[in-house]
Design a protein around this ligand. Structure first.
Ligand code: ATP
Length: 321
């Protein structure tokens, strides 16, 4: 197997409360140094509740946010964080809210043409052929190309968002909550389309979502994020059926149906630790029924628990827990 995407010690820290000429009040570590690999053709799901660092991670991966530390490698070659245009050729982003992510003043054809012009230097005829090919692949009618984003339903707009990401010929897609804004009936259509496109174009997906059931259904492997760190990673079928980390178990127990949010529904306090004053030990220790003194002293390292399953826990769950 070839590694498509390799992240090594990738982290992001934001200064907060910074005044124009003064020092910052503190630093928020949105993503702790994180290392993950995604194999070619694989779908790696990333789950975690609101505030765990999913969006920050996604934005770093597509060059929208420079990492504070660490490296991003694509097929063994490091991406230069100082050259965001390079990212677009290798990794593309599919946004959660399809309609507002499309420029309302441009036709779909203009939206689709932009990445082709910048990335490939194609002739007008070549661009037209490429746009038609991609549009057919996402099952949209050619006449839609001359319409504007507001004329589309959420599901159609998300197909356009996916088509735009594919136009640049990138082989890695970061799908950031790609179906969360859609009706449940439309979600399945978009998920099926993503599965077809993956086969057809040989794509690799990083599928970010707070919706555990969706992630479980589409992913080969899943990484569970908590407070900016990977607490467990492993094959999708094992991660939720036999979780090793008590946080993964909490997620698995609280999200049995498609479309249902994780532990903290919209608007409710997440019970995550204060990012300006993080605990010295395991970030989950205050919520964990198994926490011991050791857990409150130093964060547990990510260690292999069983074949392919890694968890950061001093008291990993046994299969009977
Ligand atoms: N620009 C920023 N400045 C300061 N703190 C930030 C910034 N962006 C994110 N954060 C903080 O970093 C942490 C992770 O945020 P992030 O948006 O990545 O989480 P998330 O899992 O994507 O959440 P959601 O699902 O609600 O978008 C949070 O504590 C957030 O408040």
């Amino acid at each position: 197997m070839t590694t498509a995407l390799k992240l090594t010690d990738l982290s992001k820290t934001f200064p907060v409360g910074k005044r124009l000429f003064g020092p910052a009040k503190g630093m928020v570590r949105a993503v702790q140094p994180l290392s993950l690999s995604v194999e070619e053709g694989e779908t790696l799901g990333i789950v975690g509740e609101s505030g765990c660092g999913k969006s920050t991670l996604a934005r770093m991966l597509v060059g929208l946010l420079p990492p504070s530390t660490g490296t991003i490698e694509i097929n063994g070659a490091p991406l230069d964080a100082a050259d965001p245009a390079l990212f677009g050729r290798k990794i593309q982003y599919v946004f959660q809210d399809p309609i507002s992510s499309l420029n309302p003043r441009k036709t779909i054809r203009q939206i689709m043409e932009a990445p082709l012009k910048h990335l490939h230097g194609m002739s007008a005829a070549e661009r037209d052929a490429r746009i038609r090919e991609i549009f057919a692949a996402v099952n949209l009618r050619e006449e839609f190309l001359d319409r504007y984003p507001h004329e589309f339903s959420g599901g159609q707009a998300q197909r356009i968002g996916i088509a735009r990401a594919l136009a640049a010929d990138a082989r890695i897609l970061i799908l950031d909550e790609p179906v969360s804004a859609l009706d449940v009936s439309v979600q399945a259509q978009v998920l099926n389309l993503l599965a077809d496109l993956k086969q057809k174009f040989g794509l690799t997906y990083l599928f970010i979502s707070h919706d555990l059931a969706v992630v479980e259904a589409v992913s080969d492997r899943v990484a569970v994020l908590y407070f900016g760190a990977v607490v467990e990673v492993g094959p999708a079928e094992q991660i939720f059926a036999q979780p090793k980390h008590p946080y993964t178990k909490l997620l698995a127990d609280s999200a049995p149906v498609v479309g249902r949010a994780l532990v903290a529904p919209e608007g409710r306090e997440t019970e995550l630790p204060d990012p300006l004053n993080p605990p010295p030990g395991c970030a989950f220790s205050a919520r964990c029924p198994y926490a011991s003194a050791e857990c409150r002293q130093a964060p547990p390292p990510l260690e292999q628990q069983s074949d392919g399953v890694w968890a950061a826990c001093y008291h990993p769950l046994s299969e009977t827990a």
